[in-house]
Write a protein that binds this ligand. Structure first.
Ligand SMILES: Cc1cc2nc3c(=O)[nH]c(=O)nc-3n(C[C@H](O)[C@H](O)[C@H](O)COP(=O)(O)O)c2cc1C
Length: 326
Protein backbone atom coordinates (compact mmCIF):
# COMPACT_ATOMS: atom_id res chain seq x y z
CA UNK A 1 0.00 0.00 0.00
CA UNK A 2 2.74 2.41 1.05
CA UNK A 3 4.68 1.62 -2.14
CA UNK A 4 1.68 2.36 -4.36
CA UNK A 5 1.16 5.63 -2.63
CA UNK A 6 4.80 6.56 -3.18
CA UNK A 7 4.92 5.85 -6.88
CA UNK A 8 1.67 7.71 -7.34
CA UNK A 9 2.92 10.74 -5.48
CA UNK A 10 6.28 10.96 -7.20
CA UNK A 11 4.64 11.44 -10.56
CA UNK A 12 5.89 14.56 -12.35
CA UNK A 13 6.20 15.45 -16.03
CA UNK A 14 9.77 14.15 -15.77
CA UNK A 15 8.78 10.71 -14.45
CA UNK A 16 6.10 10.55 -17.16
CA UNK A 17 8.46 11.65 -19.91
CA UNK A 18 11.21 9.21 -19.00
CA UNK A 19 9.07 6.35 -17.69
CA UNK A 20 10.84 6.31 -14.32
CA UNK A 21 9.58 5.87 -10.76
CA UNK A 22 11.41 8.72 -9.03
CA UNK A 23 12.33 12.08 -10.58
CA UNK A 24 16.06 11.55 -10.17
CA UNK A 25 18.49 11.59 -13.10
CA UNK A 26 22.13 10.53 -12.93
CA UNK A 27 24.21 13.18 -14.68
CA UNK A 28 26.70 12.36 -17.38
CA UNK A 29 30.00 11.62 -15.62
CA UNK A 30 33.04 11.67 -17.87
CA UNK A 31 35.17 8.50 -17.51
CA UNK A 32 32.92 7.24 -14.68
CA UNK A 33 29.38 6.56 -15.91
CA UNK A 34 29.40 3.18 -17.61
CA UNK A 35 26.95 0.28 -17.55
CA UNK A 36 27.29 -0.66 -13.86
CA UNK A 37 26.36 2.78 -12.56
CA UNK A 38 23.72 3.55 -15.20
CA UNK A 39 21.96 0.21 -14.59
CA UNK A 40 22.11 0.61 -10.80
CA UNK A 41 20.48 4.05 -10.99
CA UNK A 42 17.78 2.83 -13.37
CA UNK A 43 17.13 -0.27 -11.26
CA UNK A 44 16.70 1.98 -8.22
CA UNK A 45 13.95 3.91 -10.02
CA UNK A 46 15.85 6.85 -11.52
CA UNK A 47 17.32 7.48 -14.96
CA UNK A 48 20.85 6.15 -15.30
CA UNK A 49 23.07 7.38 -18.12
CA UNK A 50 26.05 6.00 -19.98
CA UNK A 51 28.53 8.75 -20.87
CA UNK A 52 29.21 8.28 -24.57
CA UNK A 53 32.14 10.61 -25.09
CA UNK A 54 34.34 8.76 -22.58
CA UNK A 55 34.34 5.84 -25.00
CA UNK A 56 36.70 5.64 -27.95
CA UNK A 57 34.38 4.56 -30.74
CA UNK A 58 30.79 3.60 -31.65
CA UNK A 59 31.49 -0.13 -31.19
CA UNK A 60 32.49 0.45 -27.56
CA UNK A 61 29.36 2.53 -27.03
CA UNK A 62 27.15 -0.18 -28.53
CA UNK A 63 28.79 -2.73 -26.20
CA UNK A 64 28.28 -0.50 -23.17
CA UNK A 65 24.61 0.09 -24.03
CA UNK A 66 24.05 -3.65 -24.51
CA UNK A 67 25.81 -4.36 -21.22
CA UNK A 68 23.52 -1.85 -19.49
CA UNK A 69 20.50 -3.57 -21.04
CA UNK A 70 21.74 -6.90 -19.71
CA UNK A 71 21.79 -5.38 -16.20
CA UNK A 72 18.45 -3.55 -16.25
CA UNK A 73 15.15 -3.68 -18.09
CA UNK A 74 14.39 -0.11 -16.98
CA UNK A 75 14.81 3.01 -19.13
CA UNK A 76 18.24 4.64 -19.26
CA UNK A 77 19.91 7.38 -21.28
CA UNK A 78 23.13 8.15 -23.11
CA UNK A 79 24.94 11.42 -22.41
CA UNK A 80 26.95 13.45 -24.92
CA UNK A 81 29.33 16.22 -23.89
CA UNK A 82 29.90 17.66 -27.36
CA UNK A 83 32.09 20.61 -26.58
CA UNK A 84 35.36 18.73 -26.31
CA UNK A 85 37.44 20.66 -28.82
CA UNK A 86 35.05 19.88 -31.60
CA UNK A 87 35.44 16.11 -31.32
CA UNK A 88 32.90 14.63 -33.74
CA UNK A 89 29.97 12.90 -32.05
CA UNK A 90 27.63 12.05 -34.93
CA UNK A 91 28.89 8.48 -35.38
CA UNK A 92 28.49 7.89 -31.62
CA UNK A 93 24.96 9.32 -31.64
CA UNK A 94 24.06 7.17 -34.62
CA UNK A 95 25.27 4.07 -32.76
CA UNK A 96 23.25 5.01 -29.65
CA UNK A 97 20.06 5.60 -31.63
CA UNK A 98 20.31 2.14 -33.19
CA UNK A 99 20.07 0.59 -29.73
CA UNK A 100 16.55 1.59 -28.71
CA UNK A 101 17.41 3.74 -25.69
CA UNK A 102 14.96 5.88 -23.72
CA UNK A 103 16.77 9.22 -23.72
CA UNK A 104 19.81 11.17 -24.80
CA UNK A 105 21.26 14.20 -23.10
CA UNK A 106 23.57 16.78 -24.57
CA UNK A 107 25.75 19.54 -23.19
CA UNK A 108 28.84 21.59 -23.88
CA UNK A 109 28.11 22.99 -27.31
CA UNK A 110 25.39 24.17 -29.68
CA UNK A 111 22.69 21.49 -29.33
CA UNK A 112 20.90 22.38 -32.60
CA UNK A 113 22.44 19.79 -34.95
CA UNK A 114 22.31 17.16 -32.20
CA UNK A 115 18.60 17.72 -31.57
CA UNK A 116 17.88 17.77 -35.31
CA UNK A 117 19.54 14.38 -35.60
CA UNK A 118 17.34 12.88 -32.88
CA UNK A 119 14.12 14.54 -34.07
CA UNK A 120 11.51 12.15 -35.38
CA UNK A 121 12.63 9.27 -33.12
CA UNK A 122 10.96 8.13 -29.90
CA UNK A 123 14.10 9.01 -27.92
CA UNK A 124 13.59 11.77 -25.36
CA UNK A 125 15.91 14.76 -25.69
CA UNK A 126 17.39 16.35 -22.57
CA UNK A 127 19.66 19.38 -22.74
CA UNK A 128 21.94 20.35 -19.85
CA UNK A 129 22.29 24.13 -19.62
CA UNK A 130 23.67 26.64 -17.13
CA UNK A 131 21.74 29.82 -17.94
CA UNK A 132 18.18 30.95 -18.57
CA UNK A 133 18.85 32.04 -22.17
CA UNK A 134 20.31 28.58 -22.96
CA UNK A 135 17.23 26.89 -21.49
CA UNK A 136 14.93 29.02 -23.66
CA UNK A 137 17.03 28.22 -26.72
CA UNK A 138 16.92 24.49 -25.92
CA UNK A 139 13.12 24.61 -25.70
CA UNK A 140 12.93 26.45 -29.02
CA UNK A 141 15.14 23.79 -30.61
CA UNK A 142 12.83 20.97 -29.52
CA UNK A 143 14.26 19.70 -26.21
CA UNK A 144 11.78 17.60 -24.20
CA UNK A 145 13.22 18.81 -20.88
CA UNK A 146 16.09 20.95 -19.66
CA UNK A 147 18.52 20.11 -16.91
CA UNK A 148 19.77 23.31 -15.36
CA UNK A 149 23.00 23.38 -13.37
CA UNK A 150 23.81 26.05 -10.84
CA UNK A 151 27.14 27.29 -9.60
CA UNK A 152 27.42 24.70 -6.80
CA UNK A 153 27.66 21.88 -9.31
CA UNK A 154 30.58 19.63 -10.15
CA UNK A 155 32.23 19.74 -13.57
CA UNK A 156 31.45 22.44 -16.13
CA UNK A 157 29.35 25.41 -15.07
CA UNK A 158 27.82 28.58 -16.41
CA UNK A 159 29.89 31.72 -16.80
CA UNK A 160 27.49 33.85 -14.77
CA UNK A 161 28.07 32.28 -11.33
CA UNK A 162 24.35 31.93 -10.59
CA UNK A 163 23.48 29.56 -7.76
CA UNK A 164 20.91 26.80 -8.19
CA UNK A 165 18.25 28.32 -5.91
CA UNK A 166 18.01 31.46 -8.05
CA UNK A 167 18.58 29.88 -11.44
CA UNK A 168 15.90 27.18 -11.18
CA UNK A 169 12.83 29.36 -10.53
CA UNK A 170 14.07 31.80 -13.19
CA UNK A 171 14.20 29.03 -15.76
CA UNK A 172 10.90 27.54 -14.58
CA UNK A 173 9.31 30.93 -15.26
CA UNK A 174 10.88 31.13 -18.72
CA UNK A 175 10.13 27.77 -20.35
CA UNK A 176 7.14 25.46 -20.69
CA UNK A 177 9.04 22.18 -20.85
CA UNK A 178 9.88 20.41 -17.57
CA UNK A 179 12.95 21.57 -15.68
CA UNK A 180 15.34 19.20 -13.92
CA UNK A 181 17.37 20.98 -11.24
CA UNK A 182 21.07 20.21 -11.01
CA UNK A 183 23.99 21.40 -8.92
CA UNK A 184 24.24 20.75 -5.19
CA UNK A 185 21.74 17.92 -4.80
CA UNK A 186 22.54 14.86 -2.72
CA UNK A 187 19.67 14.02 -0.40
CA UNK A 188 15.91 14.13 0.19
CA UNK A 189 16.04 17.70 1.42
CA UNK A 190 17.52 18.76 -1.89
CA UNK A 191 14.90 16.84 -3.84
CA UNK A 192 12.07 18.55 -1.94
CA UNK A 193 13.74 21.95 -2.30
CA UNK A 194 14.06 21.48 -6.05
CA UNK A 195 10.39 20.53 -6.38
CA UNK A 196 9.46 23.56 -4.27
CA UNK A 197 11.44 25.76 -6.67
CA UNK A 198 9.29 24.49 -9.53
CA UNK A 199 11.60 21.83 -10.92
CA UNK A 200 10.08 18.44 -11.70
CA UNK A 201 13.14 16.39 -10.92
CA UNK A 202 16.79 16.57 -9.95
CA UNK A 203 20.01 15.57 -11.62
CA UNK A 204 22.90 14.49 -9.41
CA UNK A 205 26.49 14.11 -10.50
CA UNK A 206 28.94 14.19 -7.59
CA UNK A 207 26.67 12.17 -5.25
CA UNK A 208 26.60 9.28 -7.75
CA UNK A 209 30.40 8.99 -7.71
CA UNK A 210 30.40 8.04 -4.02
CA UNK A 211 28.27 4.91 -4.49
CA UNK A 212 29.37 1.30 -4.63
CA UNK A 213 28.39 0.83 -8.27
CA UNK A 214 30.57 3.70 -9.51
CA UNK A 215 33.25 1.07 -9.96
CA UNK A 216 35.55 3.19 -12.12
CA UNK A 217 36.13 5.83 -9.42
CA UNK A 218 39.31 5.11 -7.41
CA UNK A 219 38.89 4.63 -3.64
CA UNK A 220 40.99 7.73 -3.09
CA UNK A 221 38.49 9.83 -5.08
CA UNK A 222 35.55 8.41 -3.15
CA UNK A 223 37.39 8.99 0.14
CA UNK A 224 38.09 12.59 -0.85
CA UNK A 225 34.36 13.12 -1.48
CA UNK A 226 33.48 11.57 1.88
CA UNK A 227 36.10 13.37 3.96
CA UNK A 228 36.03 16.71 2.12
CA UNK A 229 33.82 19.65 2.97
CA UNK A 230 31.90 22.23 0.96
CA UNK A 231 35.05 24.39 1.17
CA UNK A 232 37.24 21.88 -0.61
CA UNK A 233 36.31 22.64 -4.21
CA UNK A 234 37.59 25.31 -6.54
CA UNK A 235 36.65 26.57 -10.01
CA UNK A 236 39.32 26.16 -12.71
CA UNK A 237 39.38 27.06 -16.44
CA UNK A 238 37.59 30.34 -15.90
CA UNK A 239 40.33 32.18 -17.83
CA UNK A 240 39.58 30.14 -20.95
CA UNK A 241 35.83 30.66 -20.72
CA UNK A 242 34.95 27.17 -19.50
CA UNK A 243 34.64 27.36 -15.70
CA UNK A 244 34.47 23.96 -14.01
CA UNK A 245 34.44 22.83 -10.39
CA UNK A 246 37.02 20.38 -9.06
CA UNK A 247 38.39 19.11 -5.77
CA UNK A 248 41.09 21.58 -4.69
CA UNK A 249 44.58 20.05 -4.51
CA UNK A 250 48.17 20.93 -5.35
CA UNK A 251 47.54 20.18 -9.05
CA UNK A 252 44.61 22.62 -9.24
CA UNK A 253 46.76 25.18 -7.36
CA UNK A 254 49.18 24.98 -10.32
CA UNK A 255 46.31 25.41 -12.77
CA UNK A 256 45.08 28.51 -10.95
CA UNK A 257 48.60 29.90 -10.85
CA UNK A 258 48.94 29.55 -14.64
CA UNK A 259 45.52 31.14 -15.09
CA UNK A 260 46.46 34.03 -12.83
CA UNK A 261 49.48 34.68 -15.02
CA UNK A 262 47.28 34.62 -18.13
CA UNK A 263 48.90 31.39 -19.29
CA UNK A 264 46.26 30.57 -21.93
CA UNK A 265 45.16 27.21 -23.29
CA UNK A 266 48.57 26.09 -24.61
CA UNK A 267 50.14 26.32 -21.17
CA UNK A 268 47.11 24.82 -19.48
CA UNK A 269 46.32 21.95 -21.77
CA UNK A 270 48.44 19.24 -20.13
CA UNK A 271 47.19 20.22 -16.70
CA UNK A 272 43.50 20.09 -17.68
CA UNK A 273 43.67 17.10 -20.03
CA UNK A 274 41.58 13.95 -19.82
CA UNK A 275 44.80 12.13 -18.94
CA UNK A 276 45.40 14.35 -15.91
CA UNK A 277 41.78 13.74 -14.90
CA UNK A 278 42.12 9.97 -15.22
CA UNK A 279 45.42 9.88 -13.29
CA UNK A 280 43.44 11.06 -10.25
CA UNK A 281 40.04 9.43 -10.71
CA UNK A 282 41.13 6.03 -12.08
CA UNK A 283 44.70 5.60 -10.84
CA UNK A 284 44.39 7.44 -7.54
CA UNK A 285 47.51 9.53 -8.15
CA UNK A 286 46.11 12.51 -6.36
CA UNK A 287 49.01 14.93 -6.65
CA UNK A 288 49.32 14.55 -10.42
CA UNK A 289 45.83 15.16 -11.59
CA UNK A 290 42.42 16.63 -10.88
CA UNK A 291 38.90 15.37 -10.19
CA UNK A 292 35.61 17.12 -10.91
CA UNK A 293 33.30 17.54 -7.90
CA UNK A 294 30.62 19.87 -6.62
CA UNK A 295 30.14 21.63 -3.30
CA UNK A 296 27.68 18.88 -2.37
CA UNK A 297 30.73 16.89 -1.29
CA UNK A 298 30.17 18.65 2.04
CA UNK A 299 26.97 16.58 2.34
CA UNK A 300 28.51 13.23 1.38
CA UNK A 301 29.51 11.12 4.36
CA UNK A 302 29.62 7.56 3.08
CA UNK A 303 29.62 5.27 0.04
CA UNK A 304 26.29 3.42 0.03
CA UNK A 305 24.87 1.21 -2.70
CA UNK A 306 22.79 3.12 -5.22
CA UNK A 307 19.62 1.36 -3.99
CA UNK A 308 20.40 2.40 -0.42
CA UNK A 309 21.00 6.00 -1.53
CA UNK A 310 17.64 6.10 -3.32
CA UNK A 311 15.83 4.62 -0.37
CA UNK A 312 17.36 7.25 1.96
CA UNK A 313 16.52 10.11 -0.39
CA UNK A 314 12.92 9.01 -0.79
CA UNK A 315 12.46 8.30 2.93
CA UNK A 316 13.89 11.70 3.84
CA UNK A 317 11.71 13.43 1.25
CA UNK A 318 8.64 11.54 2.49
CA UNK A 319 9.40 12.59 6.07
CA UNK A 320 9.54 16.23 4.99
CA UNK A 321 6.27 15.87 3.14
CA UNK A 322 4.57 14.32 6.18
CA UNK A 323 5.91 17.13 8.35
CA UNK A 324 4.48 19.71 5.97
CA UNK A 325 1.16 17.87 5.90
CA UNK A 326 0.84 17.87 9.72
C1 LIG B 1 33.11 13.91 -12.36
C2 LIG B 1 32.10 14.64 -13.17
C3 LIG B 1 32.07 14.45 -14.54
C4 LIG B 1 31.08 15.06 -15.32
N1 LIG B 1 31.01 14.78 -16.66
C5 LIG B 1 29.93 15.19 -17.37
C6 LIG B 1 29.73 14.75 -18.71
O1 LIG B 1 30.53 14.04 -19.29
N2 LIG B 1 28.61 15.16 -19.34
C7 LIG B 1 27.67 15.96 -18.72
O2 LIG B 1 26.64 16.26 -19.32
N3 LIG B 1 27.87 16.43 -17.47
C8 LIG B 1 28.96 16.05 -16.78
N4 LIG B 1 29.11 16.46 -15.48
C9 LIG B 1 28.08 17.32 -14.87
C10 LIG B 1 27.00 16.47 -14.18
O3 LIG B 1 26.28 15.72 -15.10
C11 LIG B 1 26.03 17.31 -13.37
O4 LIG B 1 25.46 18.30 -14.17
C12 LIG B 1 26.68 17.96 -12.15
O5 LIG B 1 27.54 17.05 -11.53
C13 LIG B 1 25.62 18.41 -11.18
O6 LIG B 1 26.16 18.95 -10.02
P1 LIG B 1 26.48 18.08 -8.69
O7 LIG B 1 27.83 17.54 -8.93
O8 LIG B 1 26.42 19.09 -7.61
O9 LIG B 1 25.44 17.01 -8.57
C14 LIG B 1 30.13 15.92 -14.70
C15 LIG B 1 30.21 16.14 -13.32
C16 LIG B 1 31.17 15.53 -12.55
C17 LIG B 1 31.20 15.76 -11.06
Amino acid sequence: MKRELRSLKWKTRVTDLLGIQYPIVQGGLAHLAYADLAAAVSNAGGLGQVTAMSLDNPEQLTDEIRKTKSLTDKPFGVNFAIGQHGRPYEHMLEAALKEDIAAVSVTGGNPAPFLDYVKGTQVKKLVLVAARRQAMKAEQLGADAVMVVGQEGGGHLGRDDIGTSVLIPQVVDSVNIPVIASGGFGDGRGLMAALALGAEGIEMGTRFIAVKECVHAHELYKNALVSGTENDTVVIKRSIGAPARVIANSWTDKILEIEKENGGYEQLKDYISGKANQRYIHDGVEGEGFAWAGQVMGLIHDVPSTAELFSRIIDQAEAIRSKWAD
